[in-house]
Design a protein around this ligand. Structure first.
Ligand SMILES: CC(C)(COP(=O)(O)OP(=O)(O)OC[C@H]1O[C@@H](n2cnc3c(N)ncnc32)[C@H](O)[C@@H]1OP(=O)(O)O)[C@@H](O)C(=O)NCCC(=O)NCCS
Length: 176
């Protein structure tokens, strides 16, 4: 198991580590909580089960996928996923997804997960990370831009959310 230690903006400790089987209920609950906010993700209802998370965690021990979990003073705060592109010629590219639960935002939990994944991503031979976000997600865009991600495109009206259409912002970073 790999782990990293950081300090939150408010002085609390942030531990980031690779996910283990026993983390599945926390990952499952965290994802459900963010989906239930109905604001940040293009998923309206989370259909995953705890067993799906267990399978995914097991897979990360066999393939190049990465699942990182963050704890704030020992309590689950968020997680990050990194998955290889499918194309043969894009095996150096990984797709990133990240969530931090509402109570733990804006104190650098997200930044800590993003910093840790660059290190382990390189170890798993990824040299480029791609991600996307809603155009109105100012916190996410600020974090990604600050970490050196660049905007490479906008998909206009790509998501039809309950409050109307939202553009998708495509971003990427070479980490080598
Ligand atoms: C996006 C998300 C992962 C970021 O994680 P986080 O822990 O909140 O982010 P951090 O605290 O590391 O960094 C956020 C930065 O945005 C800044 N910020 C906060 N509000 C802002 C605003 N309205 N406009 C611009 N920047 C803002 C913060 O000050 C901080 O910058 P700093 O390093 O200068 O302090 C988290 O907010 C989240 O999970 N949101 C809901 C789900 C989501 O949007 N997932 C990502 C989908 S692409």
């Amino acid at each position: 198991m790999k782990k990293w230690e950081y300090t939150a903006k408010d002085g609390r400790s942030i531990l980031v580590r690779t996910a283990q089987r026993g983390d599945a209920p926390k990952l499952h609950e965290g994802f459900h909580r963010v989906v239930d906010e109905g604001t940040w993700l293009p998923t309206f209802s989370a259909n995953s089960h705890i067993s799906d998370w267990v399978h995914w965690i097991d897979k990360t021990n066999r393939n190049r996928d990465i699942l990182l979990i963050a704890f704030l003073d020992g309590e689950y705060a968020g997680h990050l996923t990194l998955q290889s592109e499918e194309w043969n010629a894009s095996q150096h590219v990984a797709k990133l997804g990240i969530i931090v639960i509402k109570e733990c935002r804006n104190i650098h939990v997200g930044r800590s997960l993003m910093l840790a994944v660059e290190e382990i991503g390189l170890e798993r031979d990824f040299t480029k990370i791609v991600l996307s976000t809603f155009d109105d997600n100012e916190v996410a865009k600020a974090l990604y831009l600050d970490l050196g991600y660049r905007i490479v495109g906008i998909r206009k009206k790509h998501f039809n959310m309950p409050n109307g259409f939202i553009d998708e912002v495509l971003m990427e970073k070479e980490i080598c």
